[in-house]
Design a protein around this ligand. Sequence first.
Ligand code: ADP
Length: 398
Amino acid sequence: MNKSVLIINCGSSSLKFAVLTTPGNDVLVEGIADRLGIDDSSITFKHNGTKNTLPLTDSSHRQAVTEIKNWLDQHESIQESIVGIGHRIVHGGETFTSSVIIDEDVVKGIEECARFAPLHNLAHIKGIKESQNLFEGLPQVAVFDTAFHQTLKTEQFLYAIPMDLYNRHNFRKYGFHGTSYRYISQELARVAPESASQGVIVAHLGNGASTCAIQNGKATDTSMGITPLDGLMMGTRSGSVDPSLVSFISNAENISCDETIDLLNKKSGLLGVSEISSDCRTLEDAVFAGDERAKLALDMFASRAAKSLASVATTLDTLDHVVFTGGIGENSDYLRGKICESLRALNITINSEKNSNAPRGENCIISDETANVKVWILPTNEELMIAMDTISLIEQAH
Ligand code: ADP
């Protein structure tokens, strides 16, 4: 019988879920509960090409997990194939360097890391506790966005601030999108086995965006920091700015430091500069219609992504592969083209025809066959990574 995993990605006001079966990696059912803790909340199930939405009258995470359980009770063959639950956890701090089976200590550890990601980690704990109650006896696994970056050298992860602040508070770079980078590293090693002992730079470009350098399968640098605000310009996040800007904005606008950080997280990036949208597709349409501000926003995005890729590449022995992934990386030939144009000094060039004709949703190479640095598009699959970790940890435990 196929083994399946229920994957839960519990945010502060949403809960995304999917049941993935291996082998085949088919999605048996997936969906999202949104507006949790607000009002008008609902849960949508996508199964066999149909969509079904139910209201969640008390808007709680508990009710969302209960509805998932009810749905599975009505779909016995799927329910019976589930061997475990995999939870996506945003922040694992320095405590978690790989995925783990969840026990009381792990829950405590996730709670301790909540100081760096309070909205996310506390929501994850709700999801874990509700799942433990409703799916009694089913093993649960935590998969951390930060874990892949725990191989960074000290000189890469420390901020140049008094050492005492790191020693007392663990203030350092953690990095995110680690589950995606681990998937990309393994997938690249599957399609190009030599990459497992080479140097790779990856641009994960979605609403959230970051870069990562990987040498011999291990992360050596990444662009996000103690939170996902650092590094690249993103949909609504500014990315790196001079830290003094926080106090300038705060004083000039008479808002608190936290409100300023909120502005940098939610009102900046592509949205802030274009004043049109945070969505790349909408901005591309605007560019083609002649909107100069949309073009400026996308060109800034490309320029910063290129700079960040060049910067993380300084931690590699050799530069052999560049990978684009995430909604923008996989789909925007305009931005891939712009980014690679800015990286020509590093010998990174693409074939513009291959770039514009890249098939959607498939692995492909967009550099010329003779290129020293291979440029790839690899669609990421974080859910599959979570499912594989869950199954392998459960099997190891038996
Ligand atoms: P998230 O970080 O939320 O997972 P995604 O990886 O789904 O984000 O990426 C979302 C981004 O991908 C959006 O900016 C969206 O406009 C962009 N995107 C998706 N499809 C296309 C496309 N065909 N062309 C350009 N951008 C696209």
